[in-house]
Structures are given as C-alpha cells and as structure tokens.
Design a protein around this ligand. Structure first.
Ligand code: TRP
Length: 330
C-alpha cells in the first residue's frame, strides 16, 4: 500500500525482452534494494519502444519476458506496482501538457538522442522520438517520483524532467517534485566485447539473467582480456581487463587474490574466466529457478500487470486532478 511518509521511486525500462547483467547492475538491483524504504512504481515503457521500431509484433512477449526478470530479480509486486505505460491514459495527457514546456532545440541538444539516432539524420527523426524525454518526464512526474534509479545513459533524461517540473511549477503552481537520479555503483557494466562499450542487446555483447551455466562459460571464454597478456605466465593488467570488472562485481571477496595472480602471471586467463563464470552462475542460479516458476504461470504475470495498472491509474488520476486544478482547466 502507498505509505504517504515514504518518498516515491519511479523507474522503467523499454520492453526489450529478457534482461542482461547490465540491466541488473545498472538499475534493477537498486529497484529491489530500495523497495522497502520507498514507494516504488515500475513501468514498462512500451510507448517508448515505438520510437525506435514500429513493429509491435513482439511487444507483448518482450514485455512478459522482461517483467518475469523483474519479478525473478526480487521486485515484490504487492509492494511495488508494475505496469505498462500504454494502459494508463494519463501518460499521454501529461505528455501533451509537458510538450508545451520544452523547446525543440532543447530536445535536439539532448546527448542521448544523438547517440540513439547514430545512423539517422536529424531530419528523419520522428516528432515522437524527439519527444522521448518529454514522455519520460510524464512517466516520472505522474507518480510524483522523488528518485529515479537508472543507468548512466538516462541522466540527461532526468535532467530534462527536472527542467520541466520547474517550468510547470513556476508557471501554474507547485505540483511536482524535482526528481533526483540515483546511479548504482556499476551504473555502466561493460559488454563482452571489451571494456569501453556498455552491455546492450543491440551490441549483441550480453550475458542474460536467464543464460544457462554452459552459455555463460562459453560467452566468457570468448571475451577479450589484456591484449598484452599473451601467454599464461605473462603478467597481466587487471585494470584494463573486462573479466576483472566482472570479478569486481560478482566475485568481490576474491578480487585481491585475482589481481595478485593476474599481475604476477600465476593466474592464466582461462582459469580466471572459469572462476568468473562460476561466480556469475552462482548469482544467476536462484534467478533462473524463480524465472521458471513464472514462466509456468503466464496468467499470474498478466494478473500482476493488471493489478499494477489499476493501482498506478489511481495515483496518476490524482496527479492529473492536481494538474487540472492548478492550470484552471475545467
Ligand atoms: N528511457 C528509459 C530506457 O530507455 C525507459 C524509461 C521510460 C524510463 N520511462 C522512464 C526510465 C521513466 C526511468 C523513468 O531505458
């Protein structure tokens, strides 16, 4: 139930299907650990998915696959409503009002739009895609979110949300908080292809939360390490090695020993990777078990979404009342 003394967390993800370790370390881990201290709301950004693909045929299955990872990862839907943006009409309403509070040039300057449309010219970006952060601002502020636990790539969107909240409040009266982003320690987990690119589905460099142990071993076997450590006994440089980053996250107790072994040349990359895979698999084993329980009961996941949607709708409706009153609309 909503506790009015607690602050509110709103966070969401686009429904890209099964999640990977980067989603866990970048956001989901924070969502789970903060769900008792805050009122959490978690949104499936299915309208946001339309900004990059109009093909909706996999949207539903991708939503279910992602929500199962949230639940298996520890989101308790009785505490934290989980819902689809498209099922709560207030998102589109607030998005329209907010779209009057931000200039197109501000949106064109948004660094993440530049990255997302790498292959496109600005003339080919749709109006909806350019307005992506405005819809995100509506997502956050409809629930009057105080805190937004997200990965590093989302910081610029939270900044635009803060600007929109300030603009609204200054124009029509105090309705919204100015939400703060909250990064995890590993807000940017590198992908399997090297230390400088983040793990992401589009780069095909992920370890999925649902990957079987053999798959994890296989994927790690192919991962690059320090290019100067050619033979087993060559001394290595853990700080440039991707696998060491994974040890730091998933095997913190042994990092001292791994660092020493790598630097002295006593520990070869093959063994180091095996140890890393074993720890990641230990971390994933309970997740995979819980996933199976939800996969066996698809109607349970649907019920969880419907329940989250009716609870989300109630809060969103209240916020829209406050918005209309302050704007003297009706
Ligand atoms: N933009 C986020 C992403 O690409 C998804 C998102 C939509 C979101 N609405 C949000 C994240 C609100 C945090 C809060 O992953």
């Amino acid at each position: 139930m909503t506790d009015t003394k607690k602050k509110t967390i709103l966070s969401g993800m686009r429904p890209t299907g099964k999640l990977h370790l980067g989603h866990w370390t970048g956001a989901l881990e924070n969502w789970v650990s903060l769900q008792d201290a805050y009122n959490n709301f978690h949104l499936v950004a299915d309208y946001h998915a339309l900004t990059t693909s109009l093909d909706t045929s996999d949207l539903y299955q991708n939503t279910i696959d992602m929500v199962i990872d949230w639940l298996a990862g520890g989101i308790d839907p009785s505490k934290s409503p989980v819902f689809r943006q498209s099922q709560i009409k207030e998102h589109t309403e607030l998005h329209l009002i907010f779209s009057m509070l931000v200039t197109t040039s501000r949106l064109e300057r948004n660094p993440s739009i530049k990255e997302q449309v790498r292959d496109l010219e600005i003339e080919n970006i749709t109006y909806g895609h350019l307005g992506y952060p405005v819809l995100q601002a509506a997502d956050i502020l409809l629930y009057r979110g105080d805190l937004v636990p997200v990965g590093e790539d989302q910081l610029s969107h939270v900044e635009i949300t803060r600007e929109i909240a300030r603009r609204f409040n200054a124009t029509w009266g105090e309705v919204f908080p100015e939400p703060e982003p909250k990064l995890t320690k590993f807000a940017r987990l590198p992908g399997l292809d090297g230390k400088d690119k983040k793990m992401s589905k589009s780069m095909n460099n992920t370890i999925l939360l649902a990957d079987a142990p053999e798959t994890v071993e296989q994927k790690l076997r192919k991962a690059p390490t320090d290019a100067l450590k050619v033979r087993r006994n060559d001394p290595g440089r853990p700080d440039v090695c991707l696998v060491f980053t994974y040890h730091e996250k998933f095997n913190p107790e042994e990092t001292g020993e791994i660092r020493a072994g790598c630097e002295s040349g006593a520990l070869g990359c093959v063994d180091c990777k095996k140890r890393c895979a074993a720890r990641i698999n230990e971390f994933l084993a309970p997740h995979i078990e819980r996933r199976k329980e939800y996969e066996a009961r698809p109607s349970l996941v649907e019920d969880i979404l419907r329940d989250g949607e009716s609870r989300g709708r109630a809060v969103a409706g209240e916020t829209m009342e406050a918005v209309r009153t302050s704007m003297k609309l009706g």
